[in-house]
Write a protein that binds this ligand. Structure first.
Ligand SMILES: Nc1ncnc2c1ncn2[C@@H]1O[C@H](COP(=O)(O)OP(=O)(O)O)[C@@H](O)[C@H]1O
Ligand SMILES: [Mg+2]
Length: 244
């Protein structure tokens, strides 16, 4: 079915994952940042498929390139070179308009810093509602309440971001990323701010949505996340040192 987002931009057919086509894939992706005269090679040729309906986790020490790779997979940044495919389409070959529509409709993204995901003047329910609309999906109030309940935020439904703890902001950001079930959910250290009960709620939601076919692309240091993952990519200094 053709989907339109809030801005009326159409992303043709919603990407349908098939056995032959992973939800996302990178091929020999390199990323070099240039600040003043300094070059930082953050990714040095990363190749990996990320299947639909599976949880893939990127691990590695701080500075190894996890966030850089996730930003590229979420189409919020571009590689210096290499191939990025989402739902079987080469992202670089899409027009700007199509790429934007793809990002809005098909990819939920949770930034590493929870507050960066939220609009400062919207209450929790409004944040989730806006995220759904941007994705071109209508959800009713009951569905938003259900999602907030799953994530342990029922008592925070009318709160503004500044009134939430870091962990609550992180769970609300996660709710915004998954509402309307995008094909791919990219979450950078999604349990970093969470105590173990809250992390369990997020992991349960990941598990349930995975059953519905959502591909999760996570980064994490959290043994609970790594234990629950189907696939793993370990980076060191921008290079793949383990992949399964
Ligand atoms: N926007 C940027 N500009 C310059 N250097 C960056 C930028 N983002 C990340 N880096 C550098 O790229 C490397 C990888 O960073 P990052 O992807 O954030 O790793 P991780 O998420 O594993 O900690 C680090 O050396 C970091 O300093
Ligand atoms: Mg990071």
């Amino acid at each position: 079915m053709a989907r339109r987002d809030l801005f009326g931009e159409e992303w043709g057919e919603a990407p349908v994952a098939t056995a032959a086509e992973p939800a996302a894939a990178v091929g020999d992706v390199r990323k070099t940042y240039v600040i003043a005269d300094e070059e930082v090679q953050a990714l040095k040729g990363v190749t990996k498929d990320f299947p639909a309906g599976r949880v893939s986790t990127i691990v590695g020490p701080s500075g190894s390139g996890k966030s850089s790779l996730l930003r590229i997979l979420a189409c919020v940044d571009r590689p210096t070179s290499g191939s990025v495919r989402i739902g079987g389409r080469e992202v670089a070959e899409l027009t700007v308009r199509r790429r934007r529509a793809l990002r809005r409709t098909s990819v939920g993204y949770v930034f590493q810093n929870p507050i960066d995901n939220l609009v400062e003047y919207l209450r929790a329910t409004e944040q989730v509602d806006l995220a759904a609309r941007l994705r071109g999906v209508r959800v009713d109030a009951a569905e938003i309440d259900r999602l907030l309940g799953v994530l342990g935020l029922t008592d925070r439904a009318d709160h503004l971001p500044v009134q939430l703890s870091g962990g609550e902001q992180q769970r609300l950001s996660f709710a915004c990323a998954v509402v309307g079930r995008p094909a791919i959910v990219v979450a950078d250290e999604p349990t970093a701010e969470l105590d173990s009960a809250s992390a369990d709620r997020v992991l349960q939601a990941v598990h349930d949505l995975r059953e519905e076919g959502v591909a999760f692309l996570l980064s994490s240091h959290d043994p609970r996340v790594v234990q629950a993952t189907d696939h793993l990519l370990r980076l060191e200094h921008g290079e793949v040192v383990e992949s399964w």
